[in-house]
Ligand binder design. Sequence first.
Ligand SMILES: [Ca+2]
Ligand SMILES: [Ca+2]
Ligand SMILES: [Ca+2]
Ligand SMILES: [Ca+2]
Length: 340
Amino acid sequence: MTSAQAELVYFEKDYDEMGHVPNDGPICAAAANINSFVYLRNHFRGVYGDTDLIPDWDESGMVDYDDEVESRDKMADGWTNDYGVHRPGIYGSGNSGTARQIWENTYWWFQDFAPDTSVFDGQVHVLGPLNWVGAEVLEYAYPHWAFLWDSLAAGVDIELGICLPPFCSNGHAITLAGLAFDDLDGDGRWDEGEDPMQIGYLDPNKTWEYTWADITLGTSGRIEFEWWQTGTTYYVYRAYTEGSALVPGDATGDGIVDELDAARLAAHWGFGDATWDMGDFDGDDLVGPGDAAILASHWGYGTGGPTEGGAPPVPEPSTWLLLMGLLACFLARRLSRSAL
Ligand SMILES: [Ca+2]
Ligand SMILES: [Ca+2]
Ligand SMILES: [Ca+2]
Ligand SMILES: [Ca+2]
């Protein structure tokens, strides 16, 4: 690069929300998957808190690190679901961690432990994804920077497969954690025309910190970088993503955050044992101010208004006053009722 950089911006996921289970033997894809799923569970507690995305294997009443390690091992060696169907795991039953085996076991994991919660996407540069289970969404391609950016900005899980050129040997799996780019317009987000600079990843062989690497874009936009462990140049051959199918604030589940959702939240204001469709978006089982804040910050999502895809939507002042008035009204009614 000879041109001066405007500003190198790092956009990354919170390290503390990510899982940190290590690779234990050659089961890197299982570890990378679980470290990714832990992020989804932590980041969207309202969606996944009541699921078994990370099951409480030892039935201790809480999901902790031991459950994450057990999940990694099940992902690697296989598990049997509640209907008695056995899943082979990425490395069990003769599997060897191919792109297909990683995809299908990831897909089954969500079917078995967090059904109907998530959407999947991906780009993979191996032949044949059309006949894999659940793989209609996959695109045959080297994962593009723009795809990684869109996924990262949406807060979804992203697992990458990397390997050595020219024949994609010595495969390894990592969890994408961040992207760095030359932010020409200074808005903190990557835009078309801004130079991709680095990727940040959580490597199951080095879970105590994120690893950042300078990237180059090869043929067809292929992302290449030097892997810290060998010092040789790897390229990204697959990117699988899993994200919440529910939009924060969308209690009604129609993909739009609007007055109907505000009404739903207001109708359950102060309720305990609350669920997503009652307005508990932060997963603390109560409908309260934290949920109203989430609704407010996603107000207008999916309405197709001029703010779509740009700056965070801002509620119409009149609507917002109405909502706040509604909440205050319900709150007052509940308080006066309980005072009787
Ligand atoms: Ca437990
Ligand atoms: Ca920008
Ligand atoms: Ca809605
Ligand atoms: Ca709540």
